[in-house]
Design a protein around this ligand. Structure first.
Ligand SMILES: Cc1cc2nc3c(=O)[nH]c(=O)nc-3n(C[C@H](O)[C@H](O)[C@H](O)COP(=O)(O)O)c2cc1C
Length: 244
């Protein structure tokens, strides 16, 4: 392992700094941008219900209670529970001009994070891989051939991943951030993903569940599972969610 100053991480951090002397000379990156929303036009859509009460989600007890949970009870989640988790992490809450703003903050309101779920046990939902269509507030069923064991296998065989009700995988669409911010935008992807994951953890507490963030996974295996190319879009973060 090289000394810290010779690592890729330090090189990257140094190459993407803002400093007072040069910030005004920063040119726009030559990276083509893309739309804020990804959808799968050809697949089955499942509209998400909105029958939850926000009274449940009082923030202080949720912060106090949150603990990474890796042992789950057998209770199935409802589609409404899942809808609440998705709304809490990426739901649209306001419109300002042309921008739709969401529950989690995002650098430049560019929302580079996409949400996928490997569903194991949610009422009235076939097990498999789904994508959250943010603007339509619906699920897109991508494949029923992927299960919790596949997810666990790609996450360094961490057993608890297969035992939760579902596993979130959060990817980043690099162009959304890097078309505006260049190399520095790469930093923001990780920060955005962190916000989304913490919102998921607190929302899970609010519905009597728990979650465990997962950063240990074989990147290429997860990307293959999700059907993303690892360049324009790549997995950054994941979390298992299960009932208590
Ligand atoms: C970026 C990140 C990656 C993590 N990856 C894993 C993981 O792959 N497996 C796991 O069991 N826990 C993982 N965790 C959970 C941490 O182990 C846990 O947050 C830490 O031990 C503190 O415990 P607490 O969350 O209960 O407060 C991760 C947490 C973070 C923030």
């Amino acid at each position: 392992m090289p000394e810290l100053q010779h690592t890729l991480a330090v090189e990257y951090l140094k190459k993407t700094i803002f400093d007072r002397a040069t910030i005004k000379n920063h040119s726009r990156p030559e990276i083509a941008g893309e739309d804020h929303y990804k959808t799968y036009p050809e697949v089955e859509k499942i509209p998400l219900p909105v029958d939850w009460s926000l009274q449940e989600a009082r923030i202080l007890p949720l912060l106090q209670k949150r603990r990474s949970l890796r042992r789950y009870a057998c209770r199935q989640l409802t589609l409404n529970d899942l809808a609440f988790l998705l709304w809490a992490t990426q739901g649209i809450t306001a419109r300002v001009g042309a921008h739709f703003l969401r529950t989690s903050p995002s650098a430049g309101a560019l929302y580079p994070i996409e949400t996928y779920m490997v569903i194991n046990s949610v009422e009235n939902l076939q097990a498999g891989l789904y994508h959250f269509a943010v603007r339509q507030f619906e699920l897109e069923k991508i494949s029923c051939d992927i299960n919790g064991q596949d997810a666990a296998h790609a996450c360094l065989d961490q057993d608890f991943v297969a035992k939760g009700n579902l596993m979130f995988f959060w990817t980043a669409r690099l162009r959304r951030s890097m078309a505006k911010y260049g190399e520095r935008g790469f930093r923001y992807l990780f920060l955005d993903a962190g916000h989304v994951c913490q919102a998921a953890m607190l929302a899970a507490e609010a519905i009597g569940c728990g979650g465990c963030p997962v950063g240990a996974f074989y990147d290429e295996e997860v990307n293959k599972l999700l059907g993303v190319d690892g360049e324009n879009e790549t997995v950054l973060y994941a979390a298992s969610i299960g009932s208590k």
